[in-house]
Design a protein around this ligand. Structure first.
Ligand code: NAP
Length: 389
């Protein structure tokens, strides 16, 4: 039987909600997982409903001004501690009862709780890729175990167990290619927000869905893999794989290729991380693969179709503050696209312009990361919808 005491950051989001459903399913199967803390942003109603159901000792919201309203929503059912902002996230990850932190916040704010969880020697199940993209050098070597939650990294984590670095020739992450994998290139200027939000295989939050259409998400995942597995960029590759069934491949020095396959369902990597190092029977609702019917196709990532991917990969290779700039600029540009202020193609153009103007700082401190982040947000916010500025 698995016993875990968990803090969930981002519990109201796509990944956080799925984590709670896996906790319930594992408990139904006789395991004993309890929720110590729940942290979320603005969705007070859902957070209150989750608190009623899971009875955590601590609840955290983003804004102090929401404390009273959340308190009113919770009072009939629950009487624990409610905190807000960074102080609350710190309390959740360092709570004496917390053994495992599931970190599913979205965005750069996730870096501090990542560092705090590791400093407090908690096991970290990490979905917040921004932590590694902007501050991988600060996270690396912190000692505590990190179990990746992203499906591709979970696959690679499983494939790379007990492998010597010299055995690994190449690691391949797969990408579905998003909704525009086969769309005519000359119609990219007409892409609508609704079309970009239609991911072919995964159901996720809005930012990551847009990032999956531009493939910026995959470039961030390459940077994430670089830090998680201590692999040079030369050994990291991406292939388009529209079925999203093979999540990761490891090519060994003798030419053998190991693959991880499963249905595209985030509850599997979540369950793997919650149960690690044990492996438990899969949840009944997750369909098994039918290998006889399953088609498996692979293709390279085209430069013309996915320019933003290549721009962000280059930022990762050059390192320093450039990945932080890429992350912040992309967040603003993706939001401006969602607000219908700029076109889909402008996200890639904007990234190239903002990254090209940035003077990178190598091995940046936290302060230098936040300064680069602030500068990139401001610059991307001011980028005109057309032209070179
Ligand atoms: N979704 C997936 O399938 C998936 C797969 C792999 C990796 N990831 C990664 O996992 C992370 C989460 O993705 P998601 O799709 O679950 O995002 P999402 O649906 O947008 O959820 C984000 C969560 O973070 C909370 N939040 C945002 N800012 C906050 C703040 N300042 N303080 C406290 N809470 C805050 C949100 O709260 P409110 O909603 O209450 O405002 C929500 O609970 C991202 O880094 C993403 O790249 C996601």
């Amino acid at each position: 039987m698995i016993t875990r005491k968990i803090a969930i950051l981002g519990s109201t989001g796509s990944l956080g909600s799925q984590t709670l459903s896996v906790v319930e399913a594992l408990n139904r199967a006789g395991h004993n997982l309890s929720v110590v803390a729940l942290a979320a942003g603005k969705n007070l109603e859902l957070l209150a409903a989750q608190a009623q159901r899971f009875q955590p000792a601590l609840i955290v919201i983003e804004q102090t001004r929401d404390l009273n309203r959340l308190g009113r929503l919770l009072r009939p059912y629950w009487s624990g501690e409610i905190l807000a902002g960074g102080e609350g996230l710190h309390a959740a990850v360092t709570h004496p009862q917390t053994e495992l932190v599931v970190h599913a916040l979205v965005g750069a704010t996730g870096l501090i709780p990542t560092l705090e969880a590791l400093q407090a020697h908690k096991t970290l199940a990490l979905a917040n890729k921004e932590s590694l993209v902007i501050g991988g050098h600060l996270v690396k070597g912190k000692g505590s175990p990190i179990i990746p939650l992203d499906s591709e990294h979970s696959a690679l984590y499983q494939l790379l167990q007990q492998r010597e670095p010299t055995e690994v020739a190449r690691v391949i992450l797969t990408a579905s290619g998003g909704p525009f994998r086969t769309r005519a290139l000359d119609s990219f200027s007409q892409i609508t927000v609704e079309e970009a939000l239609q991911h072919p295989t995964w159901k996720m939050g809005k930012r990551i869905t847009i990032d999956s259409a531009t493939l910026v998400n995959k470039a961030f995942e390459v940077i994430e893999a670089h830090w998680l597995f201590d692999l040079p960029y030369e050994k990291l590759d991406v292939l388009l794989h529209p079925q999203s069934v093979v999540h990761g491949l490891v090519e060994l020095c003798d030419g053998s290729v190991l693959a991880h396959l499963s249905r595209p369902d985030m509850r599997l990597p979540i369950q793997y991380a919650l149960a690690y190092p044990e492996r438990v029977a899969s949840l009944v609702e997750i369909e098994r693969l039918d290998l006889v019917k399953q088609k498996l196709e692979f293709a390279p990532v085209g430069r013309e179709r996915y320019p933003a991917f290549w721009t962000v990969i280059e930022a990762g290779r050059r390192g320093g503050t450039l990945p932080a700039v890429a992350n912040a600029a992309d967040e603003i540009l993706a939001q401006r696209f969602l607000n219908r202020e700029i076109s889909f193609s402008r996200i890639a153009e904007g990234l190239e312009i903002v990254l090209g103007e940035h003077q990178p700082v190598q091995n940046p401190s936290l302060q230098e990361i936040w300064e680069a982040d602030r500068w990139a947000r401001e610059r991307a916010g001011k980028l005109s919808p057309y032209g070179v500025r």
